[in-house]
Design a protein around this ligand. Structure first.
Ligand code: PLP
Length: 317
């Protein structure tokens, strides 16, 4: 869709601002995209300049010096990097195994379902029993496979750069909340800090959400098939696949050789696009993850074409 790229809208005849007056506060394309995403999750969505913008706003809105955050082990690498940075402001974090209960003394529990790239899922019973603020990064599930607010999350975070927009053409983040006080806190911090989404990226979200369900179902069918074939392949040692969505991580002896041999599958970072991507994550994450781990984000190419590409890349040289 076309985006209204204005940054200002005139006041009314009485000199009063309407819903839109300056784009850092709100803009029509952003508001329309937020309404559409919020309806999918059953809450109030807010958009940000990136997934990390959504994460930063969430932490700054709800943490203060002394706040302890329990972060799911093996969750998106950038979240742990951000939390390391914020240690200077007195926000501390520990990593924990999200398949079990979080540390009892955590003020904020940050889970990711499923975690990128280790693909574990959180224990929602344990999270519901925890008194802290529960934040769930549902980037890989999308609302098609997880309604995190219904499970008990207080804040859902998305990198909408991935499946929600789906075309590797928009950098965008989102939060979804149900409690008006929390939504207002996020909105205020977003406006004050200026961590706002562009009109163009918001328009990409509106377009992406039109096909989200269809894309996610088709991607899941292909990814399920590829995970099974990878399991049976002699060059592959471990395959992680949660049974839904498009992310598979699997281990091989030399991931650099495999990733540089694929042709249909782009050797690129990121995930969630209709074009499949694959990369060795060790280059970014170091020893936090297995040295041989390849992260494959399955797109919408025919599954046999993707398998043929993987097979030739996995063949001995
Ligand atoms: N959360 C997850 C699960 C991610 O995979 C990413 C990026 O890879 C982010 C958050 C950060 O999103 P962005 O790159 O849009 O800032």
């Amino acid at each position: 869709m076309d985006a209204d790229r204005s940054t200002i809208w005139p006041y009314d005849a009485n000199g009063e601002p309407g819903d839109f007056f300056y784009a850092r506060y709100a803009h029509p394309t952003g508001a329309a995209a937020e309404a559409k995403l919020g309806a999918l999750d059953g809450g109030d969505a807010l958009l940000y300049a990136s997934g990390m913008g959504a994460e930063t706003t969430t932490i700054l809105a709800f943490a203060q010096p002394g706040t302890k955050i329990a972060l799911a082990q093996g969750a998106y690498f950038g979240t742990s990097v951000l939390l390391h940075d914020l240690a200077r402001w007195g926000v501390t974090f520990v990593e924990y195994d999200q398949t079990g209960p979080p540390p009892a003394d955590a003020d904020i529990v940050w889970v990711e379902s499923p975690a990128n790239p280790l693909l574990t899922v959180p224990d929602w019973d344990a999270l519901r029993a925890h008194p802290g603020l529960v934040v769930c990064d549902a980037t890989v599930s999308t609302p098609v496979y997880l309604k995190a607010l219904d499970e008990g999350a207080d804040v859902v975070v998305y990198s909408a750069t991935k499946f929600l927009t789906g075309s590797h053409n928009a950098l965008l983040g989102a939060t979804v909340t149900r409690d008006p006080v929390k939504t207002a806190a996020l909105r205020e911090l977003r406006t004050h800090a200026g961590i706002v989404a562009s009109a163009q990226s918001s328009a990409s979200l509106i377009d992406g959400l039109d096909s989200l369900e269809e894309r996610m179902r088709a991607i899941t069918v292909s990814a399920t098939e590829l995970a099974q074939r990878l399991e049976a392949h002699p060059a592959v040692t471990t395959v992680r696949y949660p049974g839904f969505s498009g992310l598979i991580s699997f281990d091989v002896a030399d991931p650099r050789i495999v990733e540089t041999k694929t042709q249909t599958i782009l050797n690129a970072t990121s995930l969630g696009g209709v074009r499949s991507t694959m990369e060795s994550r060790h280059r970014w994450e170091g020893d936090r993850i297995p040295v041989g781990l390849l992260r494959l984000s399955v797109g919408l190419e025919p599954v046999d074409e993707l398998w043929a590409d993987l097979e030739q890349a996995l063949a001995p040289t």
